[in-house]
Design a protein around this ligand. Structure first.
Ligand code: SDX
Length: 443
């Protein structure tokens, strides 16, 4: 007996072979479920029941290893082939020929800007780089050695209290000014967090400089009248921001989408992304990778370290990826940028350790069998260190780049008619129906 679960109106009907026929061996019933875009709708499984008043079947997919949460036109990744495209443009071409603010426009608007559009976009972002003076006072309240990522998390969230109108998420004009503010103020908040951690006075934005140049000025300016960024470092930072701009449904973007699905303001949704990115398995991996290189200290210690990894005592931070089962295309580009930056700043012995680690990992069957290749976080830490950034700033730099992706994904989710508040189900494994026991009778 086949129970049709697909709509018979034709619009949603799949062609005959684009479907699954499932036999429920508990009842002998057969179900036909349409296959759309390589997926089946999990809600179709709810029609598979034993008793009529059953909830029906669900999928069980901890960590969402095989679950598509949305339709998106922003970023395409082919993990097997090591392909990454933003709105269809290969990351290699964008890193080579575009700028971070142009890529941010592309991710958010879907098309590359005309010259006038880009000029206006840059102008709007430039004139919104300052933050309310109360934000400075708020940030001064942190301990002298507070981790800058923790400060960034709190200050991004605090922006929602300075722009209460941002809760009007259905108003495109209100959304747009928040997008501009978020892109403009993220480097300022990041730089203030750095200067706080260094015990130095905060440096205000210099609107005569480029986006990366202004960030470098807010990081490094001391007594000079105007900070002049080295154009090679300015370019290297811009490329790093491009490479970190978006990466489809990674953990932090999923956090932004999930929190944003409650119709909270975008600052609170992006703060959730900052919190997720803070973790050492995600954006914190660049900091963890450099700490790992420092701990290895010399190439002579690599064999023992690799032994520890194989015995499960260590993780090779900056290696492996949930999607890429080939070399992360961003790591290839960053590896080349490392050489360009070190020409300016002088070499770094940790690079020799990194190159030797990569060589071993690409040949050793433990890593080859598990398809563990260097990811975006393996080499980026070396550039950040060459730029004089303390390790605690590495995830903060990742967050600056990823802000454009978080915003683009949030906007796409808001306009997606299929989306509603994210609320997964569970398999309950606990006790049922227990009576309350007074405290004097508990053992
Ligand atoms: C980012 O999702 C994104 O797109 C993220 C990101 C983005 O742009 O948003 O690309 C940015 O977060 C890059 C990843 C940065 N994280 C790290 O470099 C941390 C080290 N890598 C991992 O911990 C791990 O590889 C993950 C978290 C990245 C992916 O983990 P998975 O897909 O859940 O894989 P897994 O942990 O199940 O590992 C599979 C096997 C296991 O071995 P067995 O248990 O089968 O024997 O591979 C092993 C793992 O032990 N393994 C590693 C390893 N990564 C996986 N072993 C040693 N070193 C590693 N780095």
């Amino acid at each position: 007996m086949t129970t049709q679960t697909q709509e018979q109106d034709g619009a949603g009907a799949a062609t005959a072979n684009e479907s699954l026929t499932i036999t429920d061996n508990r009842t002998g019933k057969q179900y036909e479920i349409p296959i759309e875009d390589g997926t089946i709708r999990a809600t179709e499984l709810r029609n598979i029941k034993v008793e009529e008043d059953d909830f029906g079947l669900m999928t069980y997919d901890p960590a969402y290893m095989a679950t598509a949460s949305c339709r998106s036109a922003i970023t395409f990744i082919d993990g097997e082939k090591g392909i990454l495209e933003y709105r269809g443009y290969p990351i290699e071409q964008l890193a080579e020929r575009s700028s971070y603010l142009e890529v941010a426009y592309l991710l958010i608007h879907g098309e590359l800007p005309t010259k006038d559009q880009l000029d206006e976009w840059i102008h709007q972002i430039t004139i919104h780089t300052f933050v309310h003076e109360n934000i400075k006072e708020f940030m001064h309240g942190f301990r002298y050695d507070a981790h800058p990522m923790g400060m960034l998390l709190a200050s991004v969230s605090a922006l929602s209290t300075f722009y209460p109108e941002a809760t009007a998420i259905k108003d495109p004009d209100v959304r747009y000014i928040q997008v501009i503010r978020m892109l403009a103020k993220m480097p300022t908040l990041a730089a203030f967090s750095f200067r706080h951690n260094q015990g130095k006075p905060y440096v205000y934005p210099d609107n005569e400089l480029s986006y990366p140049g202004n960030f470098l000025s807010m990081i490094y300016k001391m007594t000079e009248i105007r900070y002049e960024p080295d154009p090679r470092l300015e370019h290297a930072l811009d490329v790093l921001f491009i490479l970190h701009a978006d990466h489809e449904q990674n953990a932090s973007t999923s956090a932004v989408r999930s929190v944003g699905s409650t119709q909270v303001d975008p600052y609170s949704a992006v703060a959730a992304g900052v919190a997720a990115l803070y973790g050492p398995l995600h954006g914190g991996a660049n900091e963890a990778a450099l700490r790992m290189l420092r701990r290895i200290e010399s190439k002579d210690n690599i064999p023992d370290f690799i032994k520890g990894v194989k015995e499960g005592e260590e993780r090779l931070m900056g290696f492996g990826h949930r999607v890429y089962k080939n070399y992360d295309p961003r790591a290839k580009i960053i590896k080349k940028a490392v050489e360009d930056v070190l020409e300016v700043t002088g070499t770094n012995p940790l690079l020799d350790i990194a190159l030797e680690l990569e060589k071993i990992a690409l040949e050793d069957e433990y890593f080859v069998d598990r398809k563990l290749y260097p990811n975006v976080d393996f080499y980026s830490g070396l550039i950040y260190e060459a730029l004089g950034m303390p390790m605690e700033m590495f995830p903060v730099l990742f967050a600056i780049g990823r802000t454009s992706g978080w915003i683009a994904q949030w906007l796409e989710m808001i306009d997606d008619k299929e989306q509603k508040i994210a609320r997964p189900r569970q398999i309950y494994t606990g006790e049922r129906g227990r009576d309350y026991v007074p405290i004097d009778r508990r053992s």
